[in-house]
Design a protein around this ligand. Structure first.
Ligand code: ADP
Ligand code: GLC
Length: 486
């Protein structure tokens, strides 16, 4: 029997992306369809979503609208691959330019609870036949934005308005929790007893993330190591006890790479194509990158690079301190990112001090991101915590050795170029254990040492390029989970 799965999320590449979530919500449903599922996506009707979907047609009016004068469900598809996508049309809540979460002053919108409650509620309405032609057996909600979907479904099940829809909640990042004042609970229309320690209440406030974790039938997160880490006080963000209590319902399933988009043999965003067997395009990409960023034109200088949100999570303050280590050894650093003002200023200052060796582009630029991964020798991901991380996987595919802190998905996907790993043919990058300046500096020195041994460098790079992080294996794991539930 074909399993009908509805993925509920706030972002979808290429329509709207602020981070890896969008890459996952775009690739996973397609991979599930390849495994025989009948998968669709539900998104809020943000301006770029409404503009980007093809053949949108009305499906239903929505019952609960959270203050929007009009709220309805439409169905369209992604122009590229035909993936069916439901969109909530509620312009009063969603049709705003810029970030889906923040206003022009980078402050969360005051009505975010309404905006994302409607997402959860619409998912529950789809499970109750809002679209007479298609009802999901599984509602799979992603991150806090969709956290209320399992709560509304539980409420409906209790009133016997619902037969058998099961729910999965995926944690992409436990640090973003969707916390709102307790007073906002009343407008949600959930049963009063849901505002409880055993429910959506979190230290006296309302937590959309906790709603997902508490009410979903199964919880997944995006790497096996992060699944263990979030059950500890150090990384549980206050939810470790709940997660530990649900350990038998919690599983870590590694994200994959969409090699249709991230493949240097076909990538139209990069200066020259290449593959593990034909690497001559890679130095041309490096030359093009150095030219674009006005770095010194030197093939012999290893280019370290970052493509990242500039937030506390990503550990780039540690890298900022290591700029002298890279520059004094003759390396270069290219940074593409946007976020915290102090990091933006710090890297901008470093670029001004070393104009030939350090370059910074502030902003979000998909094409430049591809050019950087293609032109770089090393991609640096020194995150304090990292649920999965996709940039190190893209780096492997593009022959840029990842240099990572040993946490979360980074620990699960990169093997350090230690002498023993080199000897055993296991090394794919550089891994440091402690989040300390000396540990990062040592990993950077290891990168320079390997770069000087070009035979070992090429062998490590080739091994990385041959790693298969395609979605098929992970999609199969999700399929088993759905079958277990259905
Ligand atoms: P996170 O989701 O925590 O931001 P991931 O590594 O999972 O981290 O995913 C980040 C995604 O966002 C990757 O696709 C990366 O290329 C992209 N990205 C991050 N910052 C930028 C930027 N400034 N410009 C373009 N792409 C970016
Ligand atoms: C989050 C995490 C990142 C993960 C991504 C997709 O944004 O920070 O580690 O790769 O979601 O799951």
């Amino acid at each position: 029997m074909t399993i009908r799965v509805l993925h509920v999320a706030s972002e979808l590449y290429p329509l709207l992306k602020t981070g890896g979530l969008a890459d996952v919500t775009a690739a996973l449903p397609v991979a599930l369809i390849e495994q025989g599922a009948d998968a669709r996506v539900l998104l809020p009707g943000f301006a770029s979503v409404a503009a980007g979907l093809a053949d949108l047609r009305p499906v239903a009016r929505l019952a609960r609208t959270f203050g929007a004068p009009e709220a309805s469900l439409e169905l369209g598809h992604l122009p590229g691959n035909g993936l069916p996508v439901y969109m909530i049309r509620a312009d009063a809540l969603y049709a705003r330019p810029g970030s889906p979460y923040l206003d022009a002053d980078q402050v969360p919108y005051g009505d975010n609870a309404q905006r994302f409650a409607l997402l959860g509620s619409a998912a529950a309405q789809l499970a109750q036949h809002a679209d007479p032609d298609w009802t999901p057996a599984i509602v799979h909600a992603h991150d806090w934005h969709a956290g209320l979907a399992p709560a509304y479904l539980r409420a409906a099940a209790r009133e016997r308005r619902l037969a058998g829809t099961r729910t999965v909640f995926t944690i992409h990042n436990l640090a973003y929790q969707g916390i709102f004042p307790a007073q906002q609970f009343d407008m949600l229309g959930l049963p009063a007893d849901f505002f409880d320690m055993h429910g959506v209440e979190f230290y006296g406030q309302l937590s959309f993330l906790k709603a997902g974790l508490y009410f979903a039938d199964k919880i997944t997160t995006v790497s096996p190591t992060y699944a263990r880490e979030i059950q500890t006080v150090a990384q549980g963000c206050g939810l470790e006890a709940l997660l530990k209590g649900r350990a038998h319902d919690l599983v870590g399933i590694l994200n994959g790479v969409d090699y249709a988009i991230w493949n240097p043999a076909h990538d139209d965003a990069i200066a020259a194509h290449y593959s593990a067997a034909h690497m001559s395009g890679k130095p041309r990409c490096k030359t093009a990158l150095q030219a674009r960023l006005k770095l010194a034109q030197r093939q012999d200088a290893p280019v370290f690079a970052v493509v990242s949100r500039l937030t506390e999570q990503k550990g780039l303050d540690l890298l900022l301190g290591a700029v002298p280590e890279i520059v004094s050894r003759g390396g270069q650093l290219a940074v593409l990112g946007t976020g915290d003002a102090s990091l933006e200023q710090g890297f901008t200052r470093a670029a001004r001090q070393h104009p030939d060796a350090v370059a910074v582009e502030l902003g979000f630029d998909e094409t430049l991101a591809h050019s950087i991964v293609a032109g770089a020798d090393v991609m640096v991901v020194p995150s304090r915590f990292e649920p999965c991380g996709l940039t190190q996987l893209y780096a492997l595919a593009y022959g840029a050795l990842p240099l990572v802190h040993r946490v979360g998905g980074l620990a699960d996907t990169v093997a350090d170029a230690s002498l023993e790993n080199l000897a055993d043919g296991l090394a794919t990058g550089f891994v440091f254990e402690r989040f300390e300046p000396d540990a990062l500096a040592a990993a950077i020195r290891r990168a320079f040492a390997l770069y000087a041994r070009s035979h070992d460098w090429r062998a490590t790079r080739e091994r990385g390029m041959h790693q298969d992080f395609g979605w098929a294996a992970s999609a199969q794991r999700y399929m088993s989970l759905y079958r277990e539930l259905a």
